[in-house]
Design a protein around this ligand. Structure first.
Ligand SMILES: O=C(O)CCC(=O)C(=O)O
Ligand SMILES: [Fe+2]
Length: 334
């Protein structure tokens, strides 16, 4: 590979290199892959229509709905944008809150995050299998202002990050749609604190954050394509670039829901920032080719997921060796 410069001074994925077009040729991509990369590099997002089956979406929705209906202390949630993460121990109203890292208690979320077309796209741009390290699920629009995830979602290599938004229902206008500004991922780096892509509220204060948000709104107002609104059908997935400006549009009709599942990913060769600040949470688990970790759950303390193809015979062998072990221990103890 040549050492062509990257768009950002912080480096990036191969698609962020100045020679990305030559790379497409050098890599012998299929026509479909080349078209996907081209669209993603030019716009900063891509939509995979119907990528998640209705069955997978419904299986996850049922888990979320029953957790709010009955309470489920294994589920963690917070009010949009604020507040501590807390267990959903009692039945609660799902409106106005978001569930964090639902992929830990619910295998159904991992199944959604590993639908083949999504996985293949991440593998294509990451040159590696993806590591899911943060997720949010919403019942209603977040109304979060335009932002770039690089300011909040921190990886050891800040641009080696991408996110996906999975529609859990057909989204209606006025429900607080996901909004985004095509092309904004190629804005010059916005630098916080002299040398960072991410914002540190404690050391930077609020002023640089407000200036950055205003700059994104300004760009959106002037940019050729303006702000676009995602009106997906259930099962459609939008993937965005680390630096794409996006947010939740104002909710104009509060009777409407906007059920979605968001995931933030980096290549498995990279490390989310919390691995260095909270090393006890740096446990990575696998679900097929997808890996996952969480800053909200201590995965070390949770039992490993059983592999789906574990045969009855394997299980039998495991149990019998366990009982032989117990017998030996009992003998030792007596
Ligand atoms: O779903 C939304 O309204 C925005 C979510 C978002 O910006 C994120 O999770 O990074
Ligand atoms: Fe975001």
């Amino acid at each position: 590979m040549s050492d062509a410069p990257f768009h950002s001074r912080f480096g990036g994925l191969w698609i962020d290199r100045a020679d990305w077009r030559q790379q497409i040729t050098a890599r012998n991509l299929t026509e479909e892959q080349a078209a996907q990369v081209e669209f993603f590099v030019e716009n900063g997002f891509i939509i995979l229509e119907g990528a998640a089956s209705r069955d997978r979406v419904d299986a996850f929705r049922r888990r979320i709905a029953s957790s709010f209906r009955e309470g489920n202390a294994d589920v963690l949630y917070q009010r949009h944008g604020y507040g501590d993460v807390q267990p959903l121990s009692e039945p609660a109203d799902p409106l106005g809150v978001r569930v964090v890292d639902s992929f830990v208690p619910f295998k159904e979320a991992l199944d959604l995050f590993s639908v083949p077309r999504l996985l293949r796209f991440f593998q294509l741009i990451f040159d590696a299998d993806p590591l899911l390290f943060q997720s949010l699920s919403f019942d209603q629009g977040s109304q979060q202002g335009l932002h770039q995830d690089t300011a909040y979602v921190v990886v050891d290599q800040p641009i080696e990050l991408a996110a996906c938004w999975i529609a859990l229902e057909d989204v209606q206008p006025g429900s607080g749609e996901l909004m985004y500004v095509p092309g904004s991922h190629r804005l010059p780096d916005w630098i916080f604190g002299g040398d960072r892509k991410h914002w540190n509220q404690a050391t930077d204060g609020d002023a640089p954050h407000e200036a950055w948000a205003a700059h994104l709104r300004d760009y959106a107002a002037k940019s050729e394509k303006g702000v676009q609104y995602f009106l997906p059908k259930k099962g459609d997935i939008l993937i965005w670039h680390a630096d794409l400006a996006h947010g939740g549009a104002p909710v104009r009709d509060t009777s409407l829901t906007r059920q979605s599942l968001v995931g933030h990913f980096c290549p498995q060769t990279r490390r989310p920032y919390f691995f260095s600040t909270h090393p006890h949470l740096a446990t990575v688990r696998h679900h097929g080719q997808l890996a996952y970790c969480s800053q909200h759950y201590n995965l070390k303390l949770r039992p490993e997921e059983k592999s789906e193809d574990e045969s009855e015979e394997d299980r039998g062998a495991f149990l019998s060796s366990l009982s032989a072990f117990r017998k030996a221990m009992n003998k030792f103890a007596s």
